[in-house]
Design a protein around this ligand. Structure first.
Ligand SMILES: [Cu+2]
Length: 469
């Protein structure tokens, strides 16, 4: 079956299926596009003990139906694929127990959370099979959508591909005050976007060779919250989508087929200074964006949300034919004033290196027993990320929310003026960011900086650093 392409973009790409070509019997097939309703990840339950919110996560194996005629072996958290959304308030004290019910080691990293190194869940915080690990976190950062995923050395890409990932939403005074849609799953809808490929038995087909390492593993089946090509029904009003690019390697250019405009209100780690009107935006692996779409004039209409790079629809949006509720967006959102270039006391340069069969940073491949940088706590620094390679790399830093200062000496884009933790550095580009770390990380549990194309990370495009008082 051919997948729906964006007609508007003209040239019809054959998003044909690898497995369908290989198999003679063709027992396995795509589900009909837009036949399944979007599922919203449940909110994780917790108990309050001595003023601390205690969450229990179980990383487990499961089987999941993505295709007709096959169940796929998957991993998930408290379920067979993906995990619940952890939702907390700024200033909360939380404790997360993570049980590993897999047959292999794993870790769980809180991507976008400013936590001490010992709770960060990086490659050194290994959880052996049938054991548990606990992270205690004092939430102290601005409202944002973060997420969690495994980060075990050389295993991150495959374990994320199998399905270990979930959202982590932080609320604060600003997010409560701002007049934005906030009813989870109703007018405030999370979208975890991923792509997968399958073999001719309907199992995930992960890394097959050097080409996949260099290009990253992408797939021809696109999932939103674990559902391939879902539909979602919304009321004719303003709807907020909190979007995570949870793909291993695919960069999306997200848009409506008909060019319907929307507003981006938040990036990775904070709101933007003001809503930014867009028709499309680039979202690289690891990045998040919150957008507001006004459907109030579209009662009874159907729209297609998709990817302008791949020219392919990813989700059908059905606007109910009910009474419209028009609304207006706040004119301003959040100005972050505490990142001032003059405060920077140090500059570091990170060169992303890619040559045939080799990936690294500053000429080195990730080594667990080597600390690459020593950083002082609570100190602003300029980090310059140089990408001499022709391919884009999303650069992610643990333990911080940073501000983008410049791209090739020019101002950053208007939708990246908020705080970030991942920045896409295009080929031949140099990006400057301003970082600060408010927690310590020791050599036993250091922080990581790395490319968020997970196959690049696993192949060595990663380094580690400590933060000292
Ligand atoms: Cu990369």
């Amino acid at each position: 079956m051919k997948r729906r392409n964006f007609i508007k973009f003209g040239s019809v790409l054959m998003a044909g299926s690898l497995y369908a070509k290989k198999t003679n019997k063709n027992i396995i097939s795509f589900k009909e596009q837009f036949s399944e309703a979007l599922v919203v990840p449940p909110l994780a339950s917790y108990e309050v003990k001595n003023g601390t919110k205690v969450f229990n996560l179980n990383v487990q194996k499961g089987k999941t139906s993505f295709l007709n005629g096959a169940l796929t072996d998957t991993y998930g958290v408290n379920g067979s694929f993906l995990g619940p959304t952890i939702r907390v308030q700024n200033r909360d004290k939380i404790l997360i127990h993570v049980k590993n019910s897999l047959d292999e080691i794993t870790t769980l990293h809180w991507h976008g959370l400013k936590v001490k190194g010992s709770s960060d869940g990086g490659p050194h915080s290994v959880i052996k099979p049938n054991t548990s690990w606990s992270a205690d976190i004092d939430i102290n950062q601005r409202a944002c959508v973060a997420w969690y995923h495994p980060h075990a050395m050389h295993k991150t890409g495959e374990q994320v591909f199998k399905g270990i990932a979930g959202l982590f939403i932080i609320d604060d005074e600003d997010s409560k005050k701002l007049a934005l849609p906030k009813e989870y799953g109703i007018d405030d809808i999370p979208l975890v976007i991923q792509d997968r490929r399958f073999d001719n038995t309907g199992q995930f087909m992960y890394k097959q060779g050097m080409h996949d390492t260099m290009m990253g593993v992408t797939g021809n089946v696109h999932l939103i919250n674990g559902i391939s090509d879902p539909f979602v029904e919304v009321e004719p009003k303003a709807i907020r989508f909190r979007i995570l690019n949870g793909a291993n390697a695919r960069i999306y250019n997200l848009t409506f087929e008909d060019g319907h405009e929307f507003y981006q209100v938040a990036g990775d780690s904070s709101f933007l200074p003001k809503p930014v009107k867009l028709k499309n935006f680039i979202l690289a692996p690891g990045e998040r964006a919150e957008i507001i779409v006004d459907f109030s004039k579209l009662a009874g209409k159907t729209l297609f949300w998709g990817d302008a790079i791949n020219k392919r629809a990813l989700m059908k949006v059905i606007v109910k034919n009910t009474k419209p509720s028009p609304s207006t967006l706040p004119k301003t959102l959040l100005h972050v004033n505490d990142y001032d270039n003059a405060k920077a006391v140090n500059k570091r340069v990170f060169e992303l290196n890619m040559r045939m069969g080799w990936l690294g940073i500053n000429g080195k491949q990730m080594a667990m027993d080597r600390i690459d940088e020593v950083v002082k706590k609570d100190t602003f620094e300029i980090w310059e990320i140089k990408n001499p390679s022709p391919r884009p790399h999303p650069f992610h830093v643990h333990g911080t929310a940073f501000k983008i200062i410049s791209r090739n000496g020019q101002k950053p884009l208007s939708n990246e003026l908020g705080l970030k933790d991942t920045v896409l550095v295009y080929g031949r580009e140099t990006v400057q960011i301003m970082v600060v770390f408010n927690h310590e990380a020791s050599k036993n549990r250091p922080y990581m900086y790395h490319c968020h194309i997970l196959e690049h990370e696993d192949a060595g495009m990663m380094g580690q650093f400590v933060v000292e008082a």
